[in-house]
Ligand binder design. Structure first.
Ligand code: PLP
Length: 229
């Protein structure tokens, strides 16, 4: 079995090579190590191997681990489904929340961020495959949702996130990544104030190379770093 360091180094090399091969700067792609269900010890091993950005899915598990690790050089990304009544914990501990998909949730995050004087960075999760089993805003609701939330002073809308249907053949995910890029363009055409939409959070262990080719700025990789969950 390979060590976490070997896995991380390999993925970083693959990110660099893929970015370079499509004339993108490797620094323009942030690797997020997805550590859900992994212990503090294992996360610490990844930190020692140089990982700086981590993604977590379950709020209670995440808060416990973040408080034990207590390392303010680490950037935490919330990438799981978030219920409004847990928003305050996500706001307290996470620099980015990737999974905002409803007005109600955005409103609550704004409220909780205001309480602690924070401007919370968020991404809108789009249900790009229109799958009943997945969270995310509907594609045709995306612009309306941006319209509703772009005035919130304690939110900073940083971009879009998606999780396409799972394919063993990563090439099949390409069309979904392209659709997310198009939604981003449609939002930018509306010229909302204070919205840069610089990030596209797309690509996981299986398909991050294709996602980078299509413009991903944040790849969320779990299994290829930490092994099976
Ligand atoms: C678990 C998870 C990942 C990581 O998936 P792997 O296939 O293990 O790389 C990425 N994004 C989200 C939203 C996840 O829940």
């Amino acid at each position: 079995m390979k060590t976490i360091k070997e896995n991380l180094d390999k993925i970083k090399t693959q990110i660099d090579e893929t970015a370079t091969s499509c004339d993108r700067r490797p620094e323009g792609v942030q690797l997020i190590a997805v550590s859900k269900k992994k212990s503090v010890k294992i996360i610490q091993e990844a930190i020692d191997a140089g990982a700086k950005h981590f993604g977590e899915n379950y709020i209670q598990e995440a808060v416990e681990k973040i408080e034990i690790i207590a390392d303010d050089t680490i950037t935490w990304h919330f990438i799981g489904h978030l219920q409004s009544n847990k928003a305050k914990f996500a706001v307290k501990h996470f620099e980015y929340i990737h999974t905002v998909d409803k007005f109600k949730l955005a409103k609550e995050i704004n409220k909780q961020a205001k309480k602690i004087n924070k401007v919370q960075k968020i991404l809108l999760q789009i249900n790009i495959g229109e799958e009943l089993t997945k969270s995310g805003a509907r594609i045709d609701n995306a612009i309306d949702l941006v319209k509703q939330i772009h005035g919130f002073e304690n939110l900073s809308l940083q971009g879009l996130m998606c999780m396409p249907p799972y394919f063993t053949e990563p090439e099949k995910a390409r069309t979904y990544f392209q659709q997310l890029v198009q939604i981003r363009e449609k939002i930018l055409e509306q010229n909302f104030d204070n919205i840069t939409m610089e990030h596209l959070s797309m690509g996981m262990s299986n398909d991050f190379k294709v996602a980078i080719e299509e413009g991903s700025t944040m790849v969320r990789v779990g299994t290829s770093i930490f092994g099976n969950r």
